[in-house]
Design a protein around this ligand. Structure first.
Ligand code: PHE
Length: 432
């Protein structure tokens, strides 16, 4: 059977931006910036993105494109003993998806609540059994996307979603900036507090956010690279990274002016999206339109990211075991759905908790935070140290000098940075 391919470079770029741009850009980035030194945070963030995120992204793309297969079989091709490591990555991505889908479903619910002009209190909502309904609904949409295939599913949906998302975002940014008092929000967001740069916590937060936002180190880009023909990996990588950064920065211009114009707490963290902003929207005329647009935008962003995660286990199932796409998607989605149920139900009357912590919060920490870093470590070590540099350099191009510098980055610097981030997470000194 011929391997499915993107329709071309543009299709690949759209799909990769779709994967990168997610809840991490629109909701997580602004509150992390606010909590970590405002504009000064951009310095460690841009360094992490260009020095570590982009090279790791190129490594994944090069390996995927050269081997023309997905994570499990690609790791086996690098060395038989790495197959299990590949499966660990597939498992981590699946577990992350199982709880990312829960947030996706909340976002979908809020988009619909606003569309029907029925504001719902967040605690009351998550405490009820309604989230289950939206969990099923958003899961089915993600399932249908991946089942439709690389070109007709992942690529097509991203081509629609990304432009739509940018239009909604620009509209919301314009609205926010026009509010009286908006300038104060912009000042809070961007006024650099350079003294904070000596704080290692800020650096760890920047590394974590950069890897999360770019969707690197999880085999997604390896899988996407395997559907790619001719293309300059460096140029394509830069386009994806710049789009991801711009959307994240723009999101802050929407959120902080609104929060300040309405005298609310900018450091509300996780509650910023589901409690603080809905209270803003509830208080203004036609606020329901803004609320609907905001949550629809978040849902679109989350949908293409979730689909890219689902593609990782599905592609491995197809490439390793010869399953048809339809069968592989159904099987994997069924498993992920069951894995996500405890997270989806953890705030309900069932009180699904372990040692007093809701299972959703545990998943967020163990899979979304630690799992992500561990998976990045595995990818950078296996692909950085054990692939044949001859073909790697051929895939990447560039001068011999650049190639040597690149090798130092992916072999030493990236694993070291990920390791330090992991340690700071485990010992609780990082902000995220
Ligand atoms: N990059 C996505 C976001 O910003 C999240 C994501 C993380 C997607 C890891 C895939 C893998 O929301």
């Amino acid at each position: 059977m011929d391997r499915e391919m993107w329709s071309g470079g543009i299709g690949f770029i759209f799909a990769s931006i779709g994967s990168a741009v997610g809840i991490g850009n629109i909701w997580r980035f602004p509150y992390i910036v606010g909590a970590n030194g405002g504009g000064a945070f951009l310095i460690p963030y841009l360094i992490s993105v260009f020095l570590f995120g982009l090279p790791l992204m190129m490594l994944e793309l090069a390996v995927g494109r050269h081997l023309q297969t997905s994570v499990g079989p690609a790791f086996r091709a690098i060395g038989k003993r790495f197959y299990k490591a590949g499966i660990v990555i597939v498992a981590i991505v699946s577990l992350i998806l199982s709880y990312y889908l829960v947030v996706t479903s909340w976002v979908l619910a809020y988009a619909l609540f606003f569309a029907f002009q029925r504001p719902v209190d967040f605690t009351a909502f998550t405490g009820s059994y309604y989230p289950l309904l939206f969990f099923v609904l958003s899961g089915l949409i993600v399932y249908a996307t991946v089942r439709s295939g690389v070109r007709k599913g992942l690529e097509r949906i991203s081509r629609i979603v990304i432009p739509l998302l940018v239009v909604i975002l620009l509209f919301l940014v314009a609205f926010s900036l026009l509010q009286p008092g908006a300038a104060e929000g912009v000042a809070y967001y961007l006024a650099p507090d350079i003294s904070r740069l000596s704080d290692p916590m800020i650096w760890a937060a920047a590394f974590g956010q950069a890897f999360f936002s770019l969707s690197v180190g999880m085999g997604i880009l390896l899988t996407y690279g395997s559907y790619l023909g001719e293309a300059n990996l460096f140029k394509n990588g830069v386009v994806i990274v710049v789009a991801d950064i711009l959307i994240a920065i723009l999101a802050g211009f929407m959120i902080f002016p609104l929060v300040f114009a309405f005298g609310l707490d900018p450091a509300a963290g996780v509650n910023l999206a589901f409690v603080t902003l809905p209270s803003v929207f509830a208080g203004i005329q036609f606020g329901w339109v803004l609320g609907m647009l905001f949550f629809a935008m978040l849902f679109l962003a989350a949908l293409t990211s979730a689909a890219s995660m689902l593609e990782v286990p599905v592609a491995t199932m197809i490439d390793s075991y010869g399953y048809s796409r339809h069968k592989a998607t159904l099987l994997i989605f069924g498993i992920i759905f069951l894995l996500g149920l405890p997270s989806a139900l953890s705030y309900t009357g069932l009180h699904l908790e372990l040692f007093g912590t809701p299972l959703f919060d545990l998943s967020d920490y163990y899979f979304g935070t630690l799992g992500l870093i561990i998976s990045g470590l595995i990818v950078s070590i296996v692909a950085g140290w054990f692939v044949d540099t001859e073909w790697l350099f051929e895939e990447l191009g560039g001068s011999p000098r650049m190639q040597q510098a690149y090798l130092v980055l992916v072999r030493f610097c990236i694993p070291a940075v990920l390791f330090v981030t992991l340690i700071s997470q485990v010992f609780g000194i990082a902000a995220v």
